[in-house]
Write a protein that binds this ligand. Structure first.
Ligand code: SAM
Length: 223
């Protein structure tokens, strides 16, 4: 799986593509040197996010779970006009992400909001309601898995019709259908089951294999 990822990515994202392969590598190296866990999306998954943002013609993107800003760099490279709010609870992660975004030349497209997603999202919703910021065309959820549904529910309310919402890590090596008493798996089941019952949104799970092992994205469109 890893060899296939490396082969396809090297051909489909050659230098000088955007974001630059060197900025991506630098972000991962700096994150590792700063002690961040190796849990960012893979390069191919990052490119998938960028292309989804382009398909959604996204000008306003919400990300929940910044870590070192690796996925943020991908999303920020989708358009020179994109504005991203990325929510991160950990101060150190946020600082590393800021440095990585600056190094990639993309910091002016990204605002990192420090705090737990369940507290930050209602303030963003208020800002959208007051017309201080535009409605969302894309949301990427990759934080505390227990709150997946809360984040999707809040994102739907902040989105334009046709907006895309993507939730990472919902398959978890198949534990989605086997695990007992794992709150992260319960968070994945809850978001899948609730999306299925909700008339405001339509979704599907795409299982993935690759250098990040066997997992999957929930990809949904706001009606
Ligand atoms: N999206 C990143 C990427 O692909 O480069 C990876 C994000 S990592 C899987 C999850 C991040 O979510 C961590 O940095 C963690 O600190 C953050 N996080 C955990 N709980 C959170 C919460 N309640 N609110 C906001 N962020 C949270």
């Amino acid at each position: 799986w890893t060899a296939v990822d490396e082969y396809t990515f090297s051909h489909l994202h050659p230098a000088p593509s955007s974001p630059s392969p060197s900025a991506l590598t630098a972000a991962l190296r700096h994150s590792e040197a700063q002690g961040l866990p190796d849990i960012a999306v893979s390069p191919s998954q990052g490119k998938f996010l960028k292309l989804q943002a382009q398909l959604a013609k996204a000008k306003n993107i919400l990300e929940v779970g910044t870590l070192g800003g690796y996925s943020t760099i991908w999303l920020a490279s989708s358009s020179p006009d994109v504005q991203i709010v990325s929510v991160e609870v950990d101060k150190h992660h946020a600082a590393v992400a800021k440095a990585n975004l600056e190094n990639a030349g993309l910091a002016d497209r990204v605002e990192i909001r420090l705090g737990p997603g369940v507290e930050v999202l209602p303030t963003l919703a208020e800002e959208i309601k007051e017309g201080k910021r535009g409605k969302l065309q894309l949301t990427f959820i990759d934080a505390d898995k227990e709150n997946n549904w809360n984040y999707v529910d809040a994102a739907i309310g902040m989105s334009e019709p046709g907006a895309c919402i993507i939730v990472d890590n919902v398959v978890r090596k198949g534990q989605l259908v086997t695990a007992q008493d794992d709150p992260r798996v319960e968070g994945a089941r809850r978001v899948i089951e609730n999306v299925g019952k909700d008339d405001r949104i339509d979704g599907v799970v795409m299982q993935t294999v690759g250098e990040k092992n066997y997992d999957g994205f929930l990809v949904a469109v706001v009606r």
